[in-house]
Design a protein around this ligand. Sequence first.
Ligand code: GLP
Length: 263
Amino acid sequence: MEIIIQPSAEAGARIGARIVEDLVRKKPEAVLGLATGGTPLGLYRELIRMRRELGLDFSRVTTFNLDEYVGLPPAHPASYRRFMRENFFDHVNIPQTHVPDGMAKDIPAYCEYYEKAIRDAGGIDLQLLGVGHDGHIGFNEPGSSLASRTRIKTLTEETVAANRRFFASEAEVPRHVITMGVGTIMDSRTCLLLAFGEAKARAVAAMAEGPITAMCPASILQMHPRTIVILDEAASRSLKRAAYYRHVYANKPAFQRLSAFPA
Ligand code: GLP
């Protein structure tokens, strides 16, 4: 796990976007795994700027989103399909986007289809992730099997409360979701996890320096061969080895500094 601590969320988002840019330039047919929530918004804004100002080309890129609420149609203001359209897809030129279908009639069959679609696309090159306050990734709540695949999950009350801000009332927040599993996420070639703000500090420390446990699903990323974590100062505050992570980043060999992906 490479941990990059930046002075601000904006600086972190810029580095994250440069990592995505680097991949898309080297592998124009890249498969990106995408995330919703407040955390990746700055990164999406930066990629949109790169599209407009630098002509970054997404015309051969395919995307798969992590999760979606069960029962929300794609046009619902709080659906993750709508979030992705408004914050990213409508502003770049990606032809093939996938967000789990929250209206699927046969959810287990749909989840199998989603897994197969990822495999058929060649697997995910880079999976963008945020982290929940309780250490969830995607919507894999504590207790999720660390080998799980795409499936239906029931949200914890804490996650319902955290996501209430996107809905008119707490009663409207769906209790069920379709999410890529922890095992699905672990199959990605690179994971890029962003976390900003003091409210994430505890989850970040548990993820990076705590035991690997289903009680903190993000902790399984310690077993991933290539995970990059980008934090701001506040989110890094509970890390015991923050000074070492800064030292590593400041002293990266030149070949690693220039590019995250081999040519
Ligand atoms: C939701 C999403 C996650 C996201 C998390 C944190 O649970 N399913 O993918 O990482 O919220 O959201 P935020 O970035 O808004 O803090």
